[in-house]
Design a protein around this ligand. Structure first.
Ligand code: DGL
Length: 278
């Protein structure tokens, strides 16, 4: 019998919902588990060993709940943990990285906003080194991910000017998945195009699932053989989001509430309904 592939998506909190939305759009036939560790968010200034321990626990939890593939929907966890997780496990682990390459194709003077851990990571330095024709300013926006959590879950007002550096740039990379909730506002703040990695992660997921469906025994005939977009009915996003995303962890209700309000077109955004961090 066909098996629907299960994708485990992890972030320190709400940010990964922006990646989940892209994955659901690009790969609507999968089943999704979302685990946000909001109780411990933000991760971005924590010691690396602590981030690794928290991420490893989350990956193990998603595996126990049946995830075939893990998506680290968190630039910080990717920068700190991806290589170690891939060395440790045989199942596919996908990461999220700042969209430096797409930005460098479109702009010459680029601001990269990231958490402190991502900002100082060798992974980011390696990406930037691949774009010698572009000038990059990397800014560790230390408090911004936490402010996004408080804004979306507690209604605490967020002032961009408290978090962003001054300057003129012709492109801005959102190198933290939490910042994607502020995509429009940040684009207006700098009057520049913004770039994030969500769609790239989703496309990578599609490729990995397609390859797995051909190569890996036991997942042989699962539904993702039908990943070809032409065979996915246009309304499958609505159908899938209603039934096929399971939110896990102590903040599952909060993450589900924000996802539904922000992204689920069955329940359009309703700013009067508050999501609570429970
Ligand atoms: N959303 C995460 C990222 O992409 C982490 C933010 C945080 O917890 O500091 O980096």
């Amino acid at each position: 019998m066909a098996k629907t592939v299960t994708v485990g998506v992890f972030d320190s909190g709400l940010g990964g919902l922006t990646v989940l939305k892209e994955c659901v759009r690009v790969v609507p036939r999968a089943r999704y588990l979302y685990l946000g560790d909001n109780a411990n968010a933000p991760y971005g200034s924590k010691p690396e060993e602590e981030i690794f321990a928290l991420t490893l626990a989350a990956v193990n939890k998603l595996r126990r709940r049946g995830a075939d593939v893990i998506v680290l929907a968190c630039n910080t966890a990717t920068a700190v943990c991806l290589d170690r997780l891939r060395a440790q496990f045989r199942f596919p682990v996908l990461g999220s990285e700042p969209a430096v390459l797409p930005a460098a194709r479109a702009a010459k003077d680029v601001l990269v906003l990231a958490t402190p851990c991502t900002a100082k990571s060798p992974r980011l330095a390696a990406l930037i080194a691949r774009c010698p024709g572009c000038r990059f300013t990397v800014f560790p926006a230390e408090g911004l991910a936490g402010a996004v959590e408080r804004w979306l879950l507690g209604g605490v007002p967020l002032r961009l000017g408290d978090h962003l550096p001054a300057g003129k740039f012709d492109g801005v990379v959102l190198g933290c998945t939490h910042f994607v909730f502020l995509r429009k506002e940040i684009a207006e703040y700098y009057r520049a195009p913004v770039f994030d990695g969500g769609e790239g992660v989703a496309n990578r997921l599609k490729t990995v699932l397609f390859d797995r469906s051909r190569k890996i025994e036991g997942i042989g005939s699962h539904e993702c053989l039908e990943l070809d977009n032409r065979r996915i009915p246009p309304n499958s996003f609505q159908k899938t989001t209603k039934n096929a995303i399971i939110f896990l962890g102590s903040s599952k209700n909060a993450n589900k509430c924000v996802y539904k309000q922000m992204f689920d077109n069955i329940f359009p955004y309703n700013s009067t309904k508050k999501c609570k961090k429970t």
